[in-house]
Ligand binder design. Sequence first.
Ligand code: CAA
Length: 380
Amino acid sequence: MNFDLTEEQRLVRDTARDFAAREIAPKASEIDKAGRWPSEIIAKMAELGFLGMAIPEPYGGAGLDTLSYSLVMEEISAACASCGVIMSVNNSLFCDPLFKFGTEQQKKEVLTPVAQGKKLGCFGLTEPMSGSDAQTMATNAVKTADGWVLDGAKNWITNGPHADYILVFAVTDRSGPRIKHTAFLVPKGTPGYTQAKPDHKLGIHAAHSCTVFFENCKVPDSAVVGAVGEGFKVAMATLDGGRIGIASQALGIAKAALETSVRYAKERKSFGVPIAQHQAIQFMLSDMATELDAARLLTWRAATMKDAGARHTMQSSEAKLYASEMATRVAHKAIQIHGGYGYSTEFPVERHYRDARITEIYEGTSEIQRIVIAASVLKG
Ligand code: CAA
């Protein structure tokens, strides 16, 4: 088994690391505290090709592989988890399904500017009364002579307040034993499509999310993405990729928490020696490093399988489950190593702890990942 990165993957990772250190890390605390949408960082990520990383160049992307995407996600998220999720939603939840399921016209007119980062996308699946049980959504789309009329609400829509397009899922047939869903592409500004104010959250303060509403929102037939009635599969296949993005975000948060802890443990003294010399601290650092490596291997495996075109539902869920819970454990230990300073907003580890927590929730809670994994295990 070969764990070496290619020269191109190393170059992409180093570019992201350098960019994150120079342009993102110095601002991470400020944008978190102010809850400021980082427009200037998003523009620079676009210039570097980070907003459509695995989309082929003819459609505005960087034409790289999923492992490169994971490497960049880790570096960006280590500097700022908010910037990480803004990037991940655009890449995994918008560009990826549009490339896989979109028409040629949708790819030319919408995917291309979004993959270039000239426009931004978001993904509307979750509703006020349906999160984990995604199929039972209340949003409807009714067929008319020349298109569809959407009615409903979606919430926790990351990038929602700023996105130029939403890929939204609605029920189009409730007549059979199983309800059927369809995916639609709706541009911002379409009459009947509105956005509420940004949500207040525990962490990832700079990544704005909001509730969006569809009220008698008319879209043409050309807004349908994938086949009519097959929208749930579009959503699920999209999340198979999205969960690699969130696992990578968790890797970045944990990496930052570990690196900060190592630095602090070498500087801070107690009982006459740097605390790094105490076995109690060394054991924590050992566990943090080991868990981080284990999560990275799971994530890289899922990314590699996606690139090979293999079904990777279970592997993505394993990566997302383990990496997200690992990030919380690592950030928890990072605060412990920092003692009182870890609890203070002057040090970054409290931000890592708050930011880690969401990775256990969005794009499927840990409980949902366990359901997906169990289904595969039991199927054999
Ligand atoms: N790929 C392709 N098709 C899939 C699939 C996949 N990964 N998973 C399921 N399907 C298909 C099934 O084969 C089945 O097809 P048939 O009807 O032809 O048999 C169909 O989809 C329904 O599958 P299930 O019966 O397994 O569906 P379910 O209702 O039992 O639900 C679930 C499965 C795993 C619980 C799913 O509802 C789920 O993942 N829930 C969590 C939703 C979620 O992750 N939400 C996150 C929102 S996005 C977000 O957070 C974005 C953000 O802002 C950052």
